[in-house]
Design a protein around this ligand. Sequence first.
Ligand code: CP
Ligand code: NVA
Length: 320
Amino acid sequence: MTEQKDSIFQLSGKDFLTIAELSADELHLLLKQAYDMKQLTKKHIPHPYLKGKTLAMIFEKSSTRTRVSFEVGMYQLGGSALFLSSRDIQIGRGETIPDTARVLSRFVDGILIRTFDHDQVVELAKYADVPVINGLTDTHHPTQVLADLLTIYEHKGRLKGLKACFIGDGYNNMAHSLVEGAAAVGMDMTVASPEGYEPDPAIFDAAVKRGAENGSRIALTHSPQEAAEGCDIIITDTWLSMGDEDEKEKRLHDFQGYQVNDTLEALAEPDYIFMHCLPAHRGEEVTPEIIDGPHSVVFDEAENRLHAHKAILKCLMENK
Ligand code: CP
Ligand code: NVA
């Protein structure tokens, strides 16, 4: 990765809420740090940048990867993490977000939150005196996309100029953060979703505009075939995100024809990579042959959550 001129202090004390809020320099700095973290980890070189610091992790939705990687990441950085299920803390009984933010800020050095409404994260960040990290909302999943960009860089050797597609639910956290990420790094990204499942227009239009400034084309279609044509990267996600459970039958019907399978992969570049943030539903959004096949990088992608998250934690919390 190219060394950035910018100081590692530039993200110090800031929040990490969406990819769109990061400047190109900040995003590249985080990617460089993530790459470095991975080398340190692989070589078993101690890196206690956050010795004595604590991260509070509020989870209002389930998690395997995000929870474990942030907790292990804090441990590897010399600090500690507190897992706070909303079932157990007073937020679940109606204590306000501002009060929770102000109280936690007296105890810890950073707060991670996974919740439903993105406005909750924005409100938490407004009232907290410590950095707040968005560990997924209904509309954004920025920590995942940082790990995805690292994974793409490792497999393709670059980001700018690549052609990616996202097949599936355009109005979900992954689609939104991916178009924001692609636009920021100059990668083409076409979203193919059924009618009624298009991305949020405000998020999408902002990505189109930023993409145009960076030489990348962010586009929308209802045709998975059109989106996959000539792609270097095919990405999908569940058709049924957390919170969508009541719509299961309707969604399984509406997403027919949007599966990533061998017919669709035939349209991509011969050396394309397949990505999925996981958890996956084999036989729904992707066939076992694709996700468990030679083009799939989903477990590298999952591993890179750890390295990307350590970069976020270091950049936000080390010098605060
Ligand atoms: N990809 C992802 O965020 O996984 P978890 O829901 O397991 O954290
Ligand atoms: N879109 C999925 C991502 C899970 C990591 C969801 O929100 O459930």
